[in-house]
Design a protein. Structure first.
Length: 190
C-alpha cells in the first residue's frame, strides 16, 4: 500500500481567528533566531517562551506564529504528534497571551529530500546567476507541490529539503488531527 502525505497548512479562513506574533522570552524580548523552527532539525530547548497576540480573536488548535512561522499547537494536537511521531518532533511549552490552556511550539526534527520536480506544477531552484550563493540548489518556487514518496523512509512528520515551509504529515496523522477536530488545520495532498 502506498503511503499518502499531506502539507499541513493553517486555515486562514477561520472567521474571527486570532493572529500570533513572534515567540519571545518571558520578559518579552524576541528570541535570537525566529527561523530555527523551519530548519527541520533538533534544536536545544529554547527555554520558557511566550507568544503575544498580534490580533486577538478565536484561539486555534494549530497556528503559525509571526514571520518565522513557528508552529503552535494546543495540548490535544501535541498529544497526536507525541503519540504518533515521537521521533519526528520536539514540543516546547509556550504561554500564549490571554490563554490559560497549555500550548506548545512544535519543532519538526526531520528533513527529507523528496520534492518531485517533474510532478510539481512548477519547481525552480536558485541558480548561481541569481546572486544568492547560499541558496543555490534550494527551491525558489515549488507550487502545486508533489513529493516522491519512495524517498520517504520512516518519517511521519517532516520538512522538505530546499523548501522548508511545508510541514508534511502522513495520512494517519492527518486523520488523527481530523478526529480530534483540530481547528486551524488544512491539508493538501502532496
Amino acid at each position: 500500500m502506498v503511503r499518502r502525505y499531506f502539507d499541513l497548512k493553517i486555515d486562514v479562513y477561520v472567521k474571527g481567528r486570532w493572529y500570533l506574533s513572534e515567540p519571545t522570552d518571558l520578559s518579552g524580548r524576541q528570541i535570537d533566531d525566529i527561523w530555527q523552527f523551519l530548519d527541520g532539525r533538533r534544536i536545544a530547548d529554547p527555554g520558557p517562551l511566550s507568544i503575544p497576540l498580534s490580533r486577538p480573536g478565536k484561539a486555534l488548535d494549530i497556528d503559525f506564529a509571526g514571520a518565522g512561522q513557528a508552529p503552535i499547537v494546543n495540548a490535544l494536537v501535541a498529544r497526536v504528534f507525541r503519540d504518533l511521531a515521537p521521533n519526528d518532533v520536539q514540543l516546547f511549552p509556550v504561554k500564549i497571551e490571554g490563554q490559560a490552556e497549555p500550548f506548545f511550539l512544535l519543532n519538526v526534527t526531520r528533513t527529507v529530500r523528496a520534492i518531485d520536480d517533474a510532478a510539481c506544477e512548477e519547481a525552480r531552484r536558485w541558480a548561481p546567476e541569481d546572486d544568492e550563493p547560499e541558496k543555490v540548489g534550494q527551491y525558489h518556487v515549488a507550487s502545486g507541490l508533489r513529493i516522491d514518496k519512495a524517498k520517504v523512509e520512516s518519517e511521519r512528520v517532516f520538512r522538505l529539503w530546499g523548501w522548508p515551509l511545508p510541514i508534511v504529515v502522513d495520512e494517519e496523522i492527518k486523520e488523527a488531527l481530523e478526529r480530534v477536530g483540530a481547528s486551524g488545520a488544512r491539508f493538501d495532498e502532496v
